[in-house]
Design a binder for this molecule. Sequence first.
Ligand SMILES: O=C(O)C(=O)C[C@]1(C(=O)O)C=C[C@@H](O)C=C1
Length: 287
Amino acid sequence: MTGQAVDTRISYLGPEASFTHLAATKVFPEGTLVPFTTIPECIEAVAEGSVDYAVVPLENALEGSVPLTVDYLFHEAQLYVTAEVLSSIQQHLLVHPDNRNAESFEAIYSHPHALAQCHKFLFYTYKNTPLEQYSSTAAAAKMVAELPERNIAAIANEFSAHKYGLDILQRDIHDFHFNHTRFFVLSKSDHKLTDPTHDDQIKTTLMITPPDDDRSGVLHQILSVFAWRRLNLSKIESRPLKTGLGDYFFIADVLADEKDAMMRGAFEELAALGCTVKTLGSYYTYK
Ligand SMILES: O=C(O)C(=O)C[C@]1(C(=O)O)C=C[C@@H](O)C=C1
């Protein structure tokens, strides 16, 4: 199934020119893209059926997981991943043209992940400048554009600079060169989006809750389920179950299709161990 239909509706963490918007246009060059201010709003829109898909950030190479996305998918939503998008992230310091000669700023605004990706730059160059969290990089850029009378700056991408008429004061301010973010394309139905450009490697994301009997070696047992079947994990991470200190679930990416015989065997063995498994489905990567 491709994501090309014009009448397909897609929610994304907006506004226009956010990194999430750019990721959404890779998969849906022709769909109707509907911006939302928060990740839960994007996810709820697809869950309640006002859009067909949601595109949300999942993980960044420098900052790690976006906890809100992971936790919302585990605790609140029953959705499937139909594709993931891998995007290279370049962060720039943007200012209103009226303030391009400013040497210091009242505050610098951006999404918390973007501020964190530029920690070293901000620490060494703007040590005493307050850093203010905003709903997305593009939302911060839009706000800076709308308030020329305030001497403030935003961290966002080049598209935001063009879209909102800002100057790029400093390019590529992210701390490490390899800055990439993974985005999930979510749907209510379990299917795979495909495209001639997608990667051949299929991936399945599982959310595994261990049995609550506190037995020793349970993580080892879970890992062995995959290891002896030669099912390669590209990621495993623990997140709090929110039921008590020390209670966790694991989010694991397995490089296989959940319909493979080996994967079906893995599901059976995990159940026999007393684990509860929530599958987010199998999907390809758009680059
Ligand atoms: O899409 C955006 O512009 C965002 O602000 C979100 C987000 C994120 O949550 O990771 C997306 C990509 C970048 O890693 C920085 C921020």
